[in-house]
Write a protein of this length. Sequence first.
Length: 436
Amino acid sequence: MSSTYKVAIVGAGPAGYFAAQALQNSQRDELTFEIDMIERLPTPWGLVRSGVAPDHPKIKTVAKVFEKVAAEPGFRLLGNIELGKDITIEQLRDRYDAVILATGSGLGRKLGIPGEELRGSLSAAEFVPWYNGHPDFVNVDVPLDGKVAVVIGAGNVAMDCARILAINPEELDPTDTATHALAAFHASSIREVHIAGRRGAEHAAFTAPELRDLPKLEHTDVHLSGDEVTQALTRAGAKGEIEKETRNNLEAMRLIAEHPLAGRDRSLHLQFLLAPKEIVGKDRVEGITFSINRVDGDKIVDTGETHTISCSLVISAIGYTAEPLAGVPEDKGKIKNVDGRVEGNMYVVGWAKRGPSGVIGTNKSDAADVVRLLIEDLKTPKNSKGIEEFLPADHFIINQEIWQRINAKEIAAGEALGKPRLKEVSREKLLGLGKA
Ligand code: NAP
């Protein structure tokens, strides 16, 4: 006999879609799933829409996989429904056989240094969704009237932020960068962008493909001291064989350091062993002071010396924490879980489960592991109704068909301008596109 289980997935980002795909791939004659994917925004795809850098369109092609998942029988998209506002976790747990939280890590970690609250100091968690047209971040204040910007952190998010600030905005014209951000980049006075990592180059969290892209920038000189790379190689080599990822990173950095500078007016500077100490300024950011670190064996030691960069914009890209959800246990910026099991019929996948690490594809195996446990835990199907009855009769749900309408309209609007899409950034207008 076949049993059909109802599963709610909260969050239509990569982790959510890969969880749905894992459920679909686990179906067999005697086991099928009805999947409701609940999303608070009128648009799905999570970080693929509002996180991935617009000048990296190839990464966004994974959305095709998501749309294939959505086309499978038994899958429903229920967009414009917010957990904690329109429905509660208790209602979901009651109605569904299993609830999978795929709500990500939306909050930027704080530096916790003086001056962090000054105008011109912001988190990548605000800057990235601002330039990507996330409806909740359209009004973020991003002052671009100074010449110098500093990005804190040596990870791929810092790299995205710095690159987007440092390139000629004409390179963003044929992308889906939000219109308001593109206009701001065209008017921007920023010409010099610094990335500052607090440990050595050998400890950087960048990945090699992202580093290898830097010498290819057409309008931006990338500065990295060859000595810095040599010292990092020496330090890493002194500990034995250098790990493959570190070796690849340092080789990519060597290419950057050796790449001739062309005297362009736009520059990007990679610097290491600089720990942020204080953001300085009266009413707005005027500079940032770093403690200069050195590597001593396995330790990072403050030399007692400082280095100040005069700048008007500081973006911290030092990781994320999950937003707390009512009725869901939290633990150090993640949803409390053991291998993805939260409690009862509640599960978690993606960054909300393991913290903000890994590329989009990491979520595939991660979700498959959690779905395996979920299936082990299944009992008799509940056969209960969906959640629509908890919503007011006039609540406008963005289903797959309506989303496809919005998607087609954005793509058509972009086509005329030579862009992959022209994003609508107002929640009301997105709903309007869906209704029209
Ligand atoms: P990340 O890779 O964890 O890097 C965070 C950086 O912030 C590290 O260099 C860390 O230094 C630094 N940091 C943390 N606390 C700090 C502090 N108080 N002061 C100064 N620096 C501090 O995180 P992420 O860049 O947010 O990226 C998240 C994940 O998304 C990563 O797995 C990344 O690869 C992925 N991602 C991938 C792409 C892509 O594939 N193109 C693009 C974007 C993001 P320590 O190492 O010293 O802690």
